[in-house]
Design a protein around this ligand. Structure first.
Ligand SMILES: *Cc1c(COP(=O)(O)O)cnc(C)c1O
Length: 406
């Protein structure tokens, strides 16, 4: 007989699995130990294991080139600068994403222009992009939110017609696909993060993939204090920094990459299963599929929560109850990016953002609804569970619903 007392109030947890992340075995341990023993921890630009790891990641994504760097924020910045953005240029970004998607635009002295999301997917809504394009627009940064592909056909079509660069923020999108193509490989450049929570991790790290040789060479130079391939060690041609990763990170990444495809398939299949199971619960609506994502990475599995069907319990309290039941979940972003103090107070410090820019007037109703009302996140570690684990997530939600509406 199921214990109906909520774990939040001291009852038995519905979900027992621990959901560890990262997932690793002796192969990762050995690979890093070998680097340590070799004494080759870093190298001038940056060592053979880094080069090997970049080649492996480029091949995995189906691109010609990859440039590693210290994290997935710097990778966005390298891509933006290499794309040739100039101070005052505008870059279209979604408001429902991690701050780096927009703050790296500020770091390039450019202006993030927020375009609302599609409530079906929480991805940049292509039907709203053209209204935001001006003669200063230089680039679009679509974020494959939660690992679900953006509508890349529509976005690439708009970019081509308006002569804009497209930098995919694929920090949630490792291994996931749009119409059979790996995310990150479709735009001018694709940016990845290997921060510890991401679907592929080396603790910290980042990578940009591209098929554009000019972008590739410039990003390599910017990553390596402005050096160029044919230059001397103390010759610096471009305004870069030292953004290189270590050989330990590269060794770890290579081993983790071997696990990514199977993990992505598991998450994708678990997501399809959870969609089916949650479809039967009143007040719970998963984001929709069928927008070209042939493989969904589920860095985050997202469903919308309607408190009416849960005794008017506020979302944040529901999420606390769900977490207490053992579901690895989170309440998501508290507000859209333009509501952050950075933008509301224009704390742009040394960055040269035009005076007239004003984020207090920005409104993206769909992103606001996602933050303030609807969105509940289940984290990717949970999506690596067994089908029984996934079924237990649905049971936990039903258990809470019964308790709150009894
Ligand atoms: C994590 C993340 C980044 C930044 O990556 P870091 O490695 O943490 O700098 C950029 N964009 C999105 C959408 C992210 O989730």
């Amino acid at each position: 007989m199921m214990d109906t007392k909520l774990a939040f109030y001291g009852g038995t947890k519905e979900v027992q699995a621990p959901f560890n992340w990262p997932v690793f075995d002796q192969r990762e341990v050995d690979a890093v130990a070998e680097v340590v023993r070799s004494g080759q921890w870093g190298n001038p630009d940056c060592g053979d294991l880094v080069a090997r790891c970049e080649a492996e990641f480029a091949a995995y994504c189906g691109t010609q080139y990859a440039v590693s760097c210290v994290n997935g924020s710097v990778s966005l910045r390298l891509a933006l600068i290499a794309c040739g953005v100039k101070p005052g240029d505008e870059v279209i970004v979604p408001p429902y994403t991690f701050i780096a998607t927009a703050s790296t635009v500020i770091e390039c002295n450019c202006v993030p222009i927020f375009v609302d999301i599609d409530p079906e997917t929480y991805n940049l809504d292509p039907t709203r992009i053209e209204a935001a394009i001006t003669d200063r627009t230089k680039a679009i940064i679509p974020v494959h939110f939660g690992g679900q592909a953006c509508d890349m056909d529509a976005i690439m079509d708009i970019a081509q017609r308006h002569n804009l660069r497209v930098i995919e923020d694929a920090a949630h999108g490792h291994g996931a696909e749009y119409k059979g193509r790996k995310l990150g490989s479709i735009g001018d450049a694709g940016s990845f993060s290997f921060q510890s929570s991401k679907n592929l991790t080396s603790g910290e790290g980042g990578m940009v993939v591209t098929n554009d040789k000019e972008l590739y060479l410039m990003m390599r130079s910017l990553r390596n204090v402005g050096r160029i391939e044919e230059g001397q060690w103390y010759e610096h041609y471009n305004p870069g920094c030292n953004y290189r990763i270590t050989q330990m990170q590269a060794a770890l990444l290579s081993k983790q990459l071997e696990k990514l495809e199977e993990q992505t398939q598991t998450r994708n299949n678990n997501g399809l299963l959870l969609n089916l199971l949650l479809a039967d619960i009143n007040g719970i609506s998963p984001l929709t599929r069928g927008h070209g994502e042939t493989l969904h990475g589920y860095h985050i599995y997202i469903f919308k929560y309607d408190p009416i069907f849960f005794g008017n319990t506020p979302k944040n309290q529901f999420v606390e109850m769900l977490a207490a039941e053992g579901v690895p979940c989170f309440k998501g972003y508290p507000e859209p990016l333009y509501k952050q103090p950075l933008f509301q107070n224009k704390n742009f410090m040394c960055y040269a953002i035009p005076e007239e820019v004003d984020y207090t007037q920005v409104e993206c109703p769909e992103a606001e609804k996602a933050c303030y009302q609807d969105a509940v996140w289940i984290l990717q570690s949970g999506m690596l569970g067994t089908s029984d684990d996934i079924a237990s997530f649905a049971k936990a939600i039903v258990k809470i619903q019964l308790a709150l509406t009894a």
